[in-house]
Design a protein around this ligand. Sequence first.
Ligand code: NDP
Ligand code: OXD
Length: 306
Amino acid sequence: MKIYFCGTDFKAEPWLAALRAALPQAEIEVWRPGAPAGDYAVVWAPPQAFLDEQPQLKALFNLGAGVDALTQLTRPATTKLVRLDDAGMSVQMAEYVVHALIRHFREFDAYAADVAQGRWSYRKPHRREDFPVGIMGLGVLGQRVARAVQAFEFPLRGWSRSPKQVHGVRCYAGTEQLSEFLAESKVLVCLLPLTAQTQGILNRVTLAQLQAGGYLINVARGAHLVEEDLIALLDSGQLAGATLDVFRQEPLPAGHPFWRHPKITLTPHTAARTLRDESVAQIATKIARLERGEPIAGIVDPTKGY
Ligand code: NDP
Ligand code: OXD
């Protein structure tokens, strides 16, 4: 069995070593143009030329949960696209979102500013009943985040494509219930996949429907957000602030207004990192199952795009 590694932004050597250890029977190499036909590939944002040269691949294993970089490319219908299914990412995402939520709710930035000025001052505590948290996307990551937020007793709302029942979450589904979901949320967490339907979904119209003093946490993809609309809503006071981990252009270009905006906290696409050991173990198990003709979880549905 031949497996190619084609992972833009990933250092190949440690991945090759881990994959070879987990799949000792396989020949595992970095893909180079003109390489012979392979059976499987482990990829992150590969070039179209890779897929054009390797149409016989049985499956592509994406080194992340979001497959938007791959769904933009053309591949044969016979090549399955498989996303990472948690693989240690959901607990990191829960940590990140809870941290951003609580930092905002408890006004820790304002306390830090006071302390920097040598000021000993109290702020009136907010009521958590006044901070309903709305999670867009109730998939692997969204449901784990919901569980973590629940531990702090914030009211929770969730929105997905198909109707769901999630313990402790008031669930909404489909475009027809989007406005109701937004009106019931003050802190909005985006954990949607990037598809034609969700591109630009965080915009002037949708964000303005959040409860007064709304706060955005975007940890999904930069292209979900219309960046200039966010700035306008923050500057007008309609939104209280935002924590952003993902951007239309990454790295965020020098001089981009987000860098210095006083109401924006940003991080460099690090909310939930791909963990090598967990990911390799998951991929190796799935390859073994596919070779035995058994079903696997995490195959991207081409009609939905995630
Ligand atoms: P899943 O595929 O498990 O879940 C996606 C959820 O979004 C599902 O609940 C789905 O609804 C919902 N959804 C999809 N399309 C729509 C739509 N048009 N309208 C309403 N709801 C919709 O994805 P994950 O939870 O694993 O990951 C989510 C995203 O997080 C990834 O696609 C990626 O972009 C991002 N991510 C970011 C990371 C970071 O470090 N910043 C790290 C990892 C992932 P339904 O349940 O009905 O199908
Ligand atoms: C992912 C990511 O999709 O890291 O896994 O963004």
